[in-house]
Design a protein around this ligand. Structure first.
Ligand code: NAP
Length: 245
């Protein structure tokens, strides 16, 4: 199945590392003009070095106004991938208001902010578009020491549905991908490279393993593309069958 994004304008958040970076590179390979938003300038510098056509935007998504200002001069966008997130590990009883605010600011509120900016442009141009939110299987199954993270991803799934409902009439589709653990920096920080801890999860995944970055990227590309034109408002599990239990 060939997917081409030739002539499309794409914006990927959290494109400095991990899934976002791989998505930005894959979109560029499929012909899209890619704007990559992230927080660490050095990551964006190395991304542009790897793929010089990518346009970098360095901003902290936790800052609503700074994000608005940073996106002011970004042109029309056809494809938006809300991928950036933070996963702060805290036992439920130790979760703090600061960590709560930081997590919801980046994982949910920034999605609202960036999507509003992009969707307003899509509506004004009248060509529709496609938005993919990178959620997690943690939106539907509790993960120990991740109470706030799980809550942000559950909120993101519902935001995805609400966006699909209101943006659908403008031919803007909104879906999410919901992966199990992926061995990015976030996956490693979650302690999943510890074989004992990994086993507690992989033993509950019928395919018996975590997801690869490329597997997540491929599903994002599918949902962005014209191969999924009737798919709107879904949260697509990428969990090797974990939720089938
Ligand atoms: P990652 O390797 O930690 O990369 C996240 C990227 O997002 C980094 O470039 C990071 O920049 C950027 N970012 C974070 N906060 C930001 C902010 N406030 N403003 C701008 N950029 C920010 O994470 P990943 O594993 O690729 O995760 C990508 C997405 O997949 C997330 O939504 C995550 O929740 C989801 N997910 C991941 C897993 C997993 O196991 N890895 C599983 C399910 C879902 P800095 O490094 O500069 O902060």
């Amino acid at each position: 199945m060939e997917i081409s994004f030739k002539g499309k304008e794409a914006l990927v958040t959290g494109a400095g590392k991990g899934i976002g970076r791989a998505t930005a590179l894959a979109l560029a390979l499929c012909g899209a003009n890619v704007t990559a938003l992230s927080r660490t300038q050095a990551d964006l510098d190395s991304l542009v070095k790897e793929c010089p056509s990518i346009v970098p935007v360095c901003v902290d998504l936790a800052d609503w106004k700074a994000t608005e200002a940073a996106l002011k001069n970004v042109g029309p966008i056809d494809l938006l991938i809300n991928n950036a997130a933070c996963a702060i590990r805290q036992p439920f009883l130790e979760a703090t208001p600061d960590q709560f605010d930081q997590s919801f600011n980046v994982n949910v509120k920034a999605v609202l902010n960036v999507s509003q900016i992009v969707a307003r442009g899509m509506i004004a141009r009248g060509y529709g578009g496609s938005i993919v939110n990178v959620s997690s299987k943690a939106s539907q199954r509790a993960l120990k020491n991740h109470a706030v993270y799980c809550a942000t991803k559950a909120a993101l799934d519902m935001l995805t549905k609400a966006m699909a409902l209101e943006l659908g009439p403008h031919q803007i589709r909104v879906n999410s991908v919901n992966p199990t653990v992926v061995m990015t920096e976030m996956g490693r920080q979650g302690g999943w490279s510890d074989p004992e801890k990994a086993k507690t999860m992989t033993s509950r995944i019928p395919l018996g393993r975590f997801a690869e970055v490329d597997e997540v990227v491929n599903s994002i590309l599918f949902l962005l593309s014209d191969k999924s034109t009737m798919t709107n408002g879904v949260s697509l599990p990428l969990d090797g069958g974990f939720l089938a239990w």
